[in-house]
Unconditional design. Sequence first.
Length: 339
Amino acid sequence: MKIKPPTKITVVVVVAAVELLEFDTPAEQTTDEYKDYFIKCKVKGNAMPTFMWSYKNQTIKDKTKSEKYSVEEGGLLVRNVTHLDAGKYTCRAFETTSKSSVSGEKEINLKVRHKPVFKTHMEGDPVEMYVFKSDSISLNCRNSAEPPANMTWSFEDASFLNPYEDYMVTFTEVKKLGLYSCTARNTLGKVTRRFRLIEGFKPKTPSGLAVGEIGENFIKLKVDAGDPADNLIGYRVEYVTKAVEPGTRKTYESFDMINFNTTTGPFALENLMPDTEYMTKILARNRAGNSNYTDTMVVRTKPLVVITGAAQPSSGGLVLHRFLLLSAAAYVIASLLGQ
């Protein structure tokens, strides 16, 4: 047997040099609010890379043109800049040829000059805040501002020193209650928030918990009218039932809770299971807090009623039904032929 000589295989490996691009770009850039701004991002040398941007987990690809962003030569155009557009943008550049691959990225912090704005919205002016005796409560005036804001505080129109955005009040005596005010101010404007600190009290536990109506899949509860002095804003119902884990004999408690923003019943628990016991209890709510729960009341929904069959028409009724159908059909045909 003749043995063939080994085949010669030539492998050509092309190694592309990988280089890092150098940027000629300021790491911090500043603009005013409500203007278009071009975030500059340039690379040194003669490279002609492709650019891609990212901001808050959002990718902005090369040649993007939208209502908000446009990737253009030399940077990223951001339209109608607001303080919400401030933050860190990442400019990525890359260029690949058969001989080399160059890439790099630059993080740019965009600052937007704007007057102070509060970071959280709070209803009311003044904002009513309730505090129980010996408890503490934080007055929140956290804000965004560029340049950063200076804080001033007052109580019943008398200024006091507190350079921070929050102020903690501990209700140890009645004179701590009243009107507090904070103002955040910079060279572009100011914003003020007022708080009315009020002594809080728990409402009385509801009385007269009873069932108003029961169905296969609902329970309606009712209670006696609350004390007007409690300034109630609603009730909370908690209901629990025991359920069986599918495929096993293990039981567990299924817990649900509903807030009712009304002071008049009935308070309907819906989408329940038929013929099932529910352990129910209710508490009253006001702006300061909640009452204690009532004692638990066990209520069972009605069993599901299944109709096993429907009444069948008599033979005479069936004949009459067929006669009426035939008469109607004959009338339609005659009408069509007469057209």
